[in-house]
Design a protein. Structure first.
Length: 120
């Protein structure tokens, strides 16, 4: 699956994602050119069938995992809320994430088949 393909997303979308992650979700992201990171997220796994990205911030600690199965890729997003209002914020951000994240994951690899996703 390659996590590096995420950095090849359209520049305007990449900027929007970075603004949302840094200023809306308040994630503490690494510099964009930091080794072992993609769009500031730590790459914890980057193998043929799985990509795992992690970030953290004062509001939440998100993890995104993409797993390739025989006929599809499943995207899972997990969040550990650090502040009570982070859940309310996710009700606004979550629907956008559920549209954009699978698109980026699909761009990240030469994937064929159906994309499915889950996240909360």
């Amino acid at each position: 699956m390659g996590a590096g393909g995420l950095e090849q997303s359209p520049p305007a979308l990449r900027r929007l994602i970075l603004v949302a992650h840094r200023h809306v979700l308040a994630l503490d992201l690494a510099p964009l050119d930091a080794p072992g990171h993609v769009l500031g997220w730590r790459v914890r796994a980057n193998e043929h069938d799985v990509v795992r990205l992690e970030a953290s911030g004062p509001l939440a600690d998100p993890v995104i995992v993409g797993r390739r199965h025989a006929d599809r890729v499943v995207l899972t997003t997990a969040l550990r809320y650090r502040r009570p209002f982070a859940g309310a914020l996710w009700t606004v951000v979550g629907p956008v994430h559920r549209r954009v994240a699978p698109y980026l994951l699909e761009r990240a690899g030469d994937l064929s088949g159906q994309m499915t996703g889950s996240g909360r």
